[in-house]
Design a protein around this ligand. Structure first.
Ligand code: COI
Length: 360
């Protein structure tokens, strides 16, 4: 596992090892494992000093460019344990490739894919005892790149850190896999074509917080985003992609430049097509969603994302009007997709798409 890595390994001492939290009620993003991966970049040396080391704090200059101009990108992926303690990652190469697309858009350096992949696998293997085994809990993995050159002035930084941290998590939403309540906003917008909505950069999330906060205050779990120009077309829900089952079609907005190309989104499309469902990537307006909800042809809606996996929508509110979907219950398709994805991810079901990478 450690040979030919060209990656340093500094294991945590006995004193540095942390106490693992109880697997029940883990919540999301509150606990971090014993180790992390860290690699640095500068113009002279390119990527260098790659190592797996104890999880630790950074000392950054207050002028580090990430604080001022937001050159920060990240990914989310998960590791799972099979019933014989095998360790798997779900579509990790897709995350690394997507991060390189984000890096290109933000004028950040391209990641050495092979090295990152090796480092990722070694890190997950080293901290494998942190992978939860109770149903619904997993190890969430957060690769991140930030600009660290201490300088003011808007231009690409000359120095970066790339790191991977990991945390054992339960469900992303307090509802668990239960249906969420969604607030459709026509006041705020998430992204515009030509902007950065289709890459995973931190600023997108910062810009979404106010809308999410107002939705929470109104009693809703998340925001449904419409297009920024006309506030007419559905784009995403919260931090996830969105699907609607209308008549016999599973409809999701196309990747037109302002929507994140979700890996779970793509997996759902592939799974549903394999089951013989008609999946259509086409623009869908909020009026069409309302009409199909009102005339009974909208049977289900759900969000897809790494953190939330499948999150059924039980109700949405648009312009002070509430619409209930499927009686506020989790639909059969959402449940089937959730079950099948989880079974593939934990190695209980055959993996026909070759999505899983065995780590150890
Ligand atoms: C994910 O689904 O992995 C995300 O990155 C969303 C969120 C936790 C920010």
């Amino acid at each position: 596992m450690w040979e030919n890595l060209e990656i340093g390994l500094e294991k945590a001492s006995q004193e540095q090892l942390k106490e693992k939290p109880s697997q029940d009620g883990l919540g999301f993003g509150a606990h971090f494992t014993d180790h992390m991966f860290l690699m640095k970049w500068d113009r002279e040396r390119g990527w260098h000093d790659a190592k797996i080391c104890p999880y630790h704090k950074f000392m950054l200059d207050p002028a580090a460019m990430v604080f001022h101009y937001g050159q920060a990108i990240f990914e989310g992926m998960k590791a799972y344990k099979g019933n014989k303690e095998q360790v798997y990652l779900f579509r990790p190469q897709d995350n690394i490739e997507r991060m390189n697309v984000s890096a290109l858009r933000l004028c950040m350096p391209r990641l050495p894919v092979e090295k990152v992949f090796k480092g990722l696998k070694a890190l997950v293997y080293l901290d494998r005892d942190w992978i939860p085994t109770v149903p619904g809990a997993t190890l969430y993995i957060r690769p991140t790149m930030i600009a660290v050159e201490p300088a003011l002035g808007v231009r690409p930084s000359g120095q970066y850190y790339f790191f991977i941290i990991m945390c054992p998590v339960g469900s992303y939403y307090p509802e668990g896999f239960g249906p969420t309540k969604i607030y459709v906003t026509d006041k705020y917008a998430r992204a515009v074509k030509g902007g950065v909505g289709d890459v995973k950069t931190s600023g997108n999330y910062a810009a979404s917080i106010m809308a999410a906060q107002e939705a929470h205050q109104a009693g809703y779990t998340q925001v449904l985003w419409l297009d920024a120009c006309e506030h007419k077309y559905v784009e995403e829900v919260g931090t996830s992609n969105i699907f609607f089952m209308i008549n016999d079609e599973l409809v999701t907005p196309p990747l037109g430049g302002s929507i994140l190309p979700g890996i779970t989104r793509d997996s759902v499309i592939q799974l549903a097509r394999k089951w013989g469902l008609k999946v259509v990537e086409k623009p869908i307006t909020i009026d069409e969603v309302i009409e199909s909800s009102s005339n009974g042809t909208l049977s289900e809606a759900f969000g897809t994302g790494t953190a939330a996996v499948i999150s059924p929508v039980g109700e949405f509110c648009y312009q002070n009007q509430t619409y209930v979907i499927n009686g506020g219950q989790t639909g059969t398709l959402s449940q089937r997709l959730f079950d099948e994805l989880q079974a593939i991810q934990s190695g209980q079901l055959e993996d026909p798409f070759k999505w899983m990478t065995r780590v150890g």
